[in-house]
Design a protein. Sequence first.
Length: 192
Amino acid sequence: MKKSGLIGSLCAGTVLMLAFSVSQAQTVAINPISASASTGGTVSFSIEGSDFAMVDGSFDLSWDASVLTYNGDFAFDAALVNETFWDKIDLQAPGLLSIGFGDFGGITFGATPTTIGSLSFTMIGAPGDSSALNMVDSAQYAGFFDFDTLAPITMTYNDGLATNPVPVPAAVWLFGSGLLGLVGIARRGKQH
């Protein structure tokens, strides 16, 4: 085999190995149900896990408390069979929520994301404001632990975003409709 062919094969193998390892990442993600709301409206998210088996786990969720107010409604998904003794839903401070759960029988999250729970916030920020929803291993309750070895699991967290859209001013709508009217009049003039 030529030297360039060997290098090419090694590179292709490395790329495939990296792609496989990325697709098998142990992940907790916050996914939008409705991630945009005007001031006073509600934004909702689900939290999902994939690709790990755990004995228990916990993470902290943080956000900008000047943009969002937590509604105090985090609920574990009914299909998630877990030991309620280990369930922790603890608002540490405005903008910081700790969530912990576990089952010493082992909870397994496959390649297809499994819903852990859902929660909502009230948008208190002004139009144009946004807040990241960041997740990290819980400082209060530790992180995630493997069911077989009890070793810590290095979790990949996929964060979320909540936004308060900027409303389109009425003047823009009025200008747009007037412009369409002028285009229509110009077309009519060309046809006659």
